[in-house]
Design a protein around this ligand. Structure first.
Ligand code: UDP
Ligand code: MG
Length: 312
């Protein structure tokens, strides 16, 4: 029998997991000819998430769990889940039921009968989200798609069902700075998109503050575009050309009408401006260097403290 693995990254989701588990069991029972495994990845939660995972796996053979030694972030949790999964098809979904499990039927159908490698979801509305956040999200998607060759679909969720072949390709990308939305798209394969209305989380609170999202978006730019580096050199070139013209103008002016001592304030402005641009350029290079540094260190993406096999 074929098997679908469901990967659920969990960070402080003690309230959501039981609700999620009920829902996913209902859906799993509707699939008559498919086996399931549910992999909960406890990403260093500070609440009872791990205890709940232990209990579930004790009572239900389909439930497996991986518990990290600390919080490594959702991207690391996803990666760990993909590595541990053994199913022929793998789905990734959030614990807070923002990803409706009922869509699994349509996803499975898309792969089995329509020949897609992956069926993914995208939100078409951002209902229940602060307007300012939606605005920045829109700008971000416009920007990243202009400057990156990898397409990042607006409103795309991580929620998707993939074939084993696609999962293995994703796992072959061993990079430390993981931006899943980009990686899913980078590996290619035929993807079908299912649009759906945004759903608010059932319980708990989101762990993403505005600031965290902002930093995350910067990281994704560094991960999937090198254009900022080019901008630094282009600006350098423009400034060089402008200064050449200015030198000529000043020399000619001095020869023709002499040189009264003036222009001190404008000089200071120019110095400030140019050194600002220089620092910006160094900063951009620094961002890439920092990422490079982390990649070169080659640290593991996550550290496991316990799995269902260690449960006493
Ligand atoms: N998550 C995680 N590690 C983290 C932050 C979040 O595993 O450091 C999980 C979280 O438990 C949830 C999913 O990632 O299942 C999405 O998180 P959240 O709902 O907070 O994000 P949002 O849906 O608001 O983007
Ligand atoms: Mg959520």
């Amino acid at each position: 029998m074929e098997k679908i693995s469901i990967i659920v990254p969990c960070y402080n989701e003690e309230e959501s997991i039981p609700l999620f588990y009920n829902e996913i069991c209902k859906i799993a029972d509707e699939f008559k000819k498919v086996n399931f495994e549910f992999i909960f990845v406890n990403d260093g939660s500070k609440d009872k998430t791990l205890d709940i995972c232990r209990d579930l796996s004790l009572n239900d053979k389909r439930v497996r769990y991986i518990s990290f030694s600390r919080n490594f972030g959702k991207e690391a949790a996803l990666f760990a889940g993909l590595e541990y999964s053994v199913g022929d098809y793998v789905a990734v979904m959030d614990a807070d039921l923002q990803d409706p499990p009922s869509l699994l039927h349509e996803m499975y159908d898309g792969i089995k009968n329509e020949g897609y490698d992956c069926v993914a979801t995208r939100r078409v509305t951002r209902k229940g989200e602060p307007p300012i956040r939606s605005f920045f999200a829109k700008c971000y998607y416009k920007l990243i798609n202009k400057i990156s060759k990898t397409e990042i679909v607006d409103g795309a969720r991580d929620f998707r069902l993939m074939t084993r072949q696609m999962v293995d390709s994703i796992l072959s990308l061993g990079e430390y700075n993981r931006f899943s939305k980009g990686i899913f798209s980078w590996v290619g394969f035929d993807t079908k998109w299912i649009p759906y209305e945004n759903v608010e989380r059932v319980a708990g609170t989101t762990s993403w503050s505005f600031w965290k999202l902002f930093l995350y978006s910067l990281e994704s730019i560094v991960a999937f575009s090198t254009l900022p580096l080019a901008i630094a050199s282009i600006m350098g070139l423009i400034f060089f050309l402008v200064s050449l013209i200015m030198i000529v103008v000043i020399v000619v002016k001095t020869l023709i009408i002499g040189d009264p001592v003036a222009g001190w304030p404008s000089l200071v402005c120019i110095i400030f401006f140019v050194s600002g641009v220089q620092l910006f350029g160094i900063g951009v290079i620094g961002q890439y260097l920092a990422k490079l540094y982390l990649e070169v260190k080659n640290r593991p993406i996550y550290i496991v403290k316990e799995t269902e096999k260690d449960r006493k």
